[in-house]
Design a protein around this ligand. Structure first.
Ligand SMILES: Nc1nc2c(ncn2[C@@H]2O[C@H](COP(=O)(O)OP(=O)(O)OP(=O)(O)O)[C@@H](O)[C@H]2O)c(=O)[nH]1
Ligand SMILES: [Mg+2]
Length: 426
C-alpha cells in the first residue's frame, strides 16, 4: 500500500503543517485510508512527517499540541534562523543539519510499503523556506529519485505587500528548485489570500491562522482524494502539465462562511462554479485575465454529487489553449474546520488552473530583482554566506527561461502538445 510523507519547512511552512495536521486529526474517524499519512502502532496513529526549521520557535508551537502523536524524529531544528537570507539556509546553517533531517526521513520511510509522494509546504520569502527547502529537496531528489513525486504548496512573495526586503532575492534563488526538484507547485501569496478571505468572510480580525487554514483545507482535499476515495494522487496533476517544467498551478477556493452568518447559504452549483472561476477568487492573483492551459476542479462533499459528473456548462465553456476540458474530481468527505469562527459547510471546492497569465507575476518578480541587483543591494549579505556571484545570474536566467515558456505556450499547436504529453506524466 502506498503512503505520503509530509515535509513542512521554515516558519510559514511549519505553521501551515500545524494547521494541516490539526485538520487531519479532525478528519481521522471519517478517513478510511488512515495509513496513507499515518504509521499505525497498536492503537496509535503517528503522522509521517518532518517539520524542519533552522530555529525552534515555531516547532515548539507545534509540539505544544499533545493530542497528535508525533514521533521524535518528526522535528528537525538548529539554533538560529536564517535571518531572511537564502544563502544561510542553503549553505552555512542548513548544511549543519541537513544530514540529520535526511536520516529522520529515511527512518520513517523505511516503515512504509511504498512511498508515492512528498507533500511539501514552505514560504520562499524567508531564508529557511527558500534556502533550506532548496538544499533538502535537492538531497531528497538524490535519495528518492523521480519515482517519488514531490508536490509543493508554496507561499510566494506578494506583489506589493512585504515585510522582508530580501524576499525577492530569496524567491529568485528558489525558482530553480521549483523547476527541478518539484513535480507540481500550487502557488499562494499572502496578499491574495487576505483579499479572498475578506471577500468571503466578514471577520473583524484576520491573521496568519486564517491563511494557513486556507492552505491546509486545500491540501487536505487533495490528499483526501487518496484518503477517502482511494484515488491515486499521482493522477490528480497528470495531464495538467503540457511540459514537465510548466507545473505551476493557481488555486481558487470556495467557500468559507463565518459561524456568525446564520443563513449559512450553500451556493448552488452554478453560483459555485461562477464564484470559483472568478479572477478575484485566485489565491495567487495575476493582474491579467486567466489564459487557461489546463484546469481541474476538486469538489468536496460527503454525499456523492452525480450532477458534478455531468460537467456543468459554465465550467465546460471556459476557454483553454488546447481545447482541453476541465477535469472534475470529488473528495467524498465532510468539510471540517479547525478555526472556531468558521462554519463547516456541506460543499467546498478548489479550482486548480495551469494559467499562462502567471507570466505577469514572473515578469514582476524579474523586474524587482533587476532593480535591486542593478544597485547591488544586499549582495554582500549573500556572498559572505558562501553564495557565488554567478548564482545571481543563474537564478535570473532560470526565471527568464520560465517566463519564455509561459509566454510562448499560446503559439504551440495541439499536435506538438500531444507529442509531449505522451512522454510525461507530470
Ligand atoms: N501564510 C503565512 N505566511 C507566513 C507565516 N509566517 C510568516 N509568513 C510569511 O512568510 C515569509 C517568510 O517567513 P518565515 O516562513 O517565518 O521565514 P523562514 O522560512 O522561517 O526563514 P528565516 O526566518 O529567515 O530563517 C514572511 O514574509 C512572512 O510574511 C505563516 O504562518 N503563514
Ligand atoms: Mg524562521
Amino acid at each position: 500500500m502506498s503512503s505520503a510523507f509530509h515535509v513542512h519547512i521554515g516558519g510559514a511552512g511549519v505553521m501551515i503543517g500545524d494547521a494541516l495536521w490539526k485538520l487531519y486529526e479532525k478528519e481521522h474517524n471519517e478517513t478510511n485510508q488512515k495509513n496513507y499519512i499515518y504509521q499505525q502502532v497498536n492503537d496509535h496513529y503517528h503522522p509521517q512527517v518532518l517539520y524542519a526549521d533552522l530555529d525552534n520557535r515555531m516547532i515548539q508551537e507545534v509540539q505544544r499540541n499533545k493530542q497528535i502523536k508525533y514521533k521524535k524524529n518528526s522535528f528537525l531544528h538548529g539554533k538560529e534562523d536564517a535571518s531572511n537570507i537564502y544563502a544561510r539556509g542553503t549553505y552555512t546553517l542548513g548544511r549543519e543539519i541537513v544530514d540529520i533531517g535526511l536520516d529522520y526521513v529515511r527512518k520513517q520511510v523505511e516503515t512504509m510499503d511504498r512511498l508515492d509522494q512528498f507533500v511539501v509546504t514552505t514560504s520562499i520569502s524567508g531564508g529557511t523556506g527558500s534556502g533550506f527547502s532548496d538544499l533538502l529537496l535537492s538531497r531528497l531528489q538524490v535519495d528518492y529519485g523521480n519515482k517519488v513525486k514531490k508536490n509543493g504548496f508554496i507561499i510566494f512573495p506578494s506583489s506589493d505587500m512585504s515585510n522582508n526586503v530580501l524576499d525577492i532575492y530569496n524567491a529568485m534563488f528558489s525558482i530553480e528548485m521549483t523547476k527541478e526538484f518539484l513535480n507540481s507547485i500550487t502557488m499562494f501569496d499572502n496578499q491574495s489570500m487576505y483579499k479572498v478571505i475578506d471577500q468571503q468572510l466578514d471577520l473583524d480580525f484576520v491573521d496568519y491562522s486564517h491563511l494557513n487554514n486556507l492552505v491546509a483545507q486545500i491540501i487536505s482535499s487533495y490528499t483526501g482524494l487518496r484518503r477517502f476515495n482511494c484515488i491515486d494522487n499521482a493522477k490528480f496533476f497528470a495531464n495538467m502539465c503540457p511540459y514537465p517544467q510548466m507545473h505551476y498551478f493557481i488555486p481558487s477556493y470556495a467557500k468559507m462562511t463565518s459561524i456568525n452568518d446564520y443563513s449559512r447559504k450553500e451556493l448552488s452549483q452554478r453560483e459555485f462554479i461562477k464564484y470559483i472561476t472568478n479572477k478575484e477568487s485566485r489565491l495567487y492573483q495575476c493582474p491579467k485575465n486567466s489564459k487557461y492551459i489546463s484546469t481541474t476542479l476538486l469538489f468536496r462533499q460527503k454525499e456523492v454529487n452525480n450532477f458534478f459528473g455531468k460537467f456543468d456548462l459554465t465550467l465546460q465553456n471556459l476557454e483553454h489553449f488546447f481545447n482541453q476540458s476541465p477535469r472534475i474530481f470529488q473528495c467524498t468527505s465532510s468539510n471540517y474546520q479547525i478555526l472556531s469562527e468558521l462554519a463547516e459547510m456541506k460543499k467546498t471546492g478548489t479550482f486548480f488552473s495551469n494559467d499562462a497569465s502567471i507570466v505577469s507575476r514572473f515578469q514582476q518578480l524579474g523586474a524587482k530583482f533587476d532593480k535591486l541587483h542593478a544597485k547591488r543591494a544586499f549582495v554582500f549579505w549573500y556572498v559572505t554566506e558562501g553564495l557565488e556571484e554567478s548564482e545571481f545570474h543563474q537564478g535570473r536566467e532560470s526565471l527568464a527561461a520560465l517566463e519564455n515558456q509561459y509566454s510562448n505556450i499560446g503559439g504551440e499547436t495541439n499536435e506538438s502538445l500531444n507529442d509531449i504529453d505522451q512522454n510525461h506524466e507530470y
